[in-house]
Design a protein around this ligand. Structure first.
Ligand code: ADP
Ligand code: MG
Length: 327
């Protein structure tokens, strides 16, 4: 992604690939490619939205960046160092401190037998950011920062006593406890009631704008990408098909897939969510030796050459890129 305007790149990914073995098979040749040739830069204090339908490789990308998975190939550069070197120099724990993850299900990510105080205090102690004299004050400050008031009462509660939105705020406070550079937020609002989603997005926007935290915001909802993130990358079957400044990608989408995603966003005066128009073709199972554009089978503007090669990157305007043969 073009970074000329903002040289402070925190996390870069180049040509990231992830293959998974299919099924229980131990046949080493039977792999599917969940992420293919993904490249982007995450800048300080900016949000990059990764948008795509289920199965497009969004969570796999986040898990690679949080080192839950290794990548098959490609490079990850954190603060100017290849990730392997960063980890060798500063340790895995330090990388984990600086690159935090927030998950979709805030109930599953909190331990039901521990109160809120424990959830926030634990990372503070593990990463030696507090001692027994300072910990109580720090926990309360973090709860206040994420809007869980009154902090003293909230700290005594257990996850089952909290709403989904409150639980997600605890998960955010826990991530903030270690003073991270980057937060990988994997569909952080999609399991929450519609009424509390905006509050969580606004909290994350505050953390980005006032505290300079960089967010990778994963979502299947391109409307929230436009609301929250400066940059948006649209993924289809493991491939980035369109990316750039969010206002450009969402207001003047050029890739047929992005256009379909946007046409499915409900608008005032229109009832419900429209199904995507392109459905004749199947969503392909991408393999390491698959060729062509993965969207070819569903694309309303498909050309002959689309099944021959994955399109090269075209910069169609400043801060706006696509991979499409039909431009
Ligand atoms: P998304 O988050 O966009 O819904 P995922 O990254 O979870 O997509 O999955 C992308 C593809 O990779 C899917 O086809 C999924 O079945 C496959 N996949 C994800 N994790 C694994 C895994 N641990 N083992 C095998 N296949 C996986
Ligand atoms: Mg996912």
């Amino acid at each position: 992604m073009d970074t000329n305007n903002n040289p402070e790149v925190v996390l870069s990914v180049r040509n990231l690939v992830k293959d998974f073995p299919i099924g229980q098979s131990h046949n080493k040749k039977n792999f599917m490619r969940a992420v293919n040739e993904v490249s982007f830069d995450l800048c300080k204090g900016e949000a990059l939205a990764i948008v795509g339908e289920s199965g497009s490789g969004k969570s796999t990308g986040a898990r690679i960046l949080s080192r839950i998975y290794d990548n098959t190939s490609g490079d990850i550069i954190f603060k100017g160092l290849p990730i392997e070197e960063f980890v060798k120099k500063h340790g895995r724990l330090e990388y984990a401190r600086q690159v935090q993850m927030i998950f979709q299900d805030p109930f599953g990510s909190l331990n039901p037998v521990h109160d809120v105080f424990h959830h926030i205090a634990r990372p503070l102690l593990i990463h030696k950011r507090a001692n027994k004299d300072t910990i109580t004050k720090l926990v309360y400050e973090l709860l206040e920062l994420v809007g869980l008031l009154p902090a003293v009462e909230t700290a005594e509660k257990y996850p089952y006593e909290l709403s989904g939105g409150q639980r997600q705020r605890v998960a955010i406070a826990r991530a903030l406890a270690v003073d991270p550079e980057v937060i990988l937020a994997d569909e952080p609002i999609s399991m929450l009631d519609v009424s509390v989603r905006l509050g969580i997005l606004n909290l994350m926007a505050d953390l980005k704008d006032k505290h300079g935290i960089s967010f990778m915001y994963i979502t299947h909802d391109i409307a929230t990408a436009r609301y929250f993130a400066e940059k948006t990358a649209v993924m289809y079957v493991g491939h980035m098909v369109e990316w750039g400044a969010s206002d450009r990608v969402t207001q003047t989408p050029q890739h047929p897939y992005t256009q379909l995603l946007l046409s499915a966003v409900p608008e005032a005066g229109r009832h419900g969510r429209r199904e995507l128009d392109a459905k004749k073709g199947e969503i392909p199972l991408w393999k390491p030796d698959s060729i062509g554009c993965p969207f070819a089978a569903r694309c309303p503007r498909v050309l002959d050459k689309c099944s021959d090669s994955f399109p090269a990157i075209t910069e169609i305007a400043k801060d706006h890129f696509i991979r499409c043969h039909n431009i």
